[in-house]
Design a protein around this ligand. Structure first.
Ligand code: PEP
Ligand code: MN
Length: 346
């Protein structure tokens, strides 16, 4: 966790006492330095009858924490009014929620308000949009940059998907990989809390995320999650958060263990050799099918012969089964090999 951006704090600011207790417990338990202490003061709830945050009153509490403990503070903004108030109360880090990133009109007006207030220097963290659409996420960065707001960071908090998922928001890591390719100089942090939805899943998802080299984490924590007014299932006590983070660290170190590394690299070099054999074999196979193609042309026979295709599929599936390879995999593999053969024969 060294040199990583760490933003910790409750989902919402519920009272001054709740903020202070949570902040002090973080300070007493978490060794790493905080980039900012977070708390939502306007909560974008799905259900209008749920707790929607304490608004301006909560900004006063946050500002008091900032002054008393000399810590940077972070909150979510979703419209013009939010930006004006957050800047008025000296919030150091603004974050754009997933629902807001999905809406270019709101992003535009937020960016314009920051510019009008002369605060292009402010740090803005942009969460991925709710739906898995990389371009919409990148577009939000473009809107800020067009107005000279360049202190931008990304937060990966998972996506709403239709397939069954263990997570509240599926991580779909490929989108994070694609984001990093598109914006290699933008720091991106992971929000495991909103990916998981349940605190029990946090440790594993954090370890999993390390494969993609995030620049840090935003994690929700509450001095007493049982009484939290929003996202109670995914928040954990600062003490538990600290021990979870050390476990993640231990597991990260394990992956740099020399025995682990020498064994894995010996397996990998065996795989490299086998892959070469697979490719050489495929190339020989295509040479043969090219010969068959020429023969068919000489005798004026149609390229695609259904009976032969069925036979190939059936016999390969059988061989595959004996070799412990799944039927679906063999079918997909031979469909694509067969397609390539036909292309070549043409
Ligand atoms: C939050 O960070 O509390 C929040 C509302 O997150 P998201 O926009 O990712 O749902
Ligand atoms: Mn939350």
């Amino acid at each position: 966790m060294k040199n990583k951006i760490l933003i910790l704090g409750p989902c919402s600011a519920e009272s001054y006492e709740q903020l202070e207790k949570t902040y002090l417990e973080i300070k007493n338990n978490v060794k790493e330095e905080l980039f900012a202490f977070r708390a939502g003061v306007w909560k974008p709830r799905t259900n209008p009858n749920e707790f929607e945050g304490n608004g301006e009153e909560a900004l006063k509490w946050l500002k008091k924490i900032k002054q008393k403990y000399k810590t940077p503070i972070a909150t979510e903004v979703g419209n013009i009014k939010h930006v004006k108030l957050a800047l008025k109360y000296n919030v150091d880090v603004l974050w754009i929620g997933a629902r807001t990133t999905s809406n270019p009109f709101l992003i535009q007006e937020i960016a314009e308000t920051i510019k009008k207030q002369g605060r292009q220097d402010i740090k803005v963290f942009i969460k991925n949009p709710i739906n898995p659409e990389l371009k919409l996420w990148l577009g939000a960065f473009g809107r800020f940059e067009n107005l000279g707001i360049n202190n931008l960071y990304a937060i990966h908090r998972g996506f709403n998907v239709h397939h069954k998922s263990n997570y509240r928001n599926d991580p779909l890591w490929q989108i994070m990989i694609d984001f990093k390719k598109a914006r290699p100089n933008t720091q991106i942090i992971v929000d495991p809390s909103h990916i998981c939805g349940k605190r029990e899943l946090l440790e594993d998802i954090m370890v999993e995320s390390l494969t993609y080299h995030p620049n840090g984490f935003m994690i929700e924590t509450h001095y007493n999650p049982e009484i939290a007014q929003s996202d109670k299932d995914q928040q954990l006590k600062p003490k538990d958060l600290a021990s979870m983070m050390s476990k993640v660290k231990e597991r990260e170190d394990q992956s740099s263990d020399p025995t682990f590394n020498s064994q894995i690299s010996s397996y990998r070099s065996m795989i490299d050799t086998l892959d070469k054999i697979v490719l050489e074999t495929l190339s020989k196979r295509f040479e043969l099918s090219k010969k068959i193609g020429d023969l068919k042309k000489d005798f004026n026979v149609n390229t695609f012969q259904e009976k032969r295709f069925d036979e190939v599929m059936e016999s390969r599936t059988l061989i595959g089964k004996q070799l412990n390879l799944s039927e679906d995999f063999i079918k997909e593999l031979f469909k694509s090999i067969h397609q390539e053969s036909i292309e070549r024969q043409k």
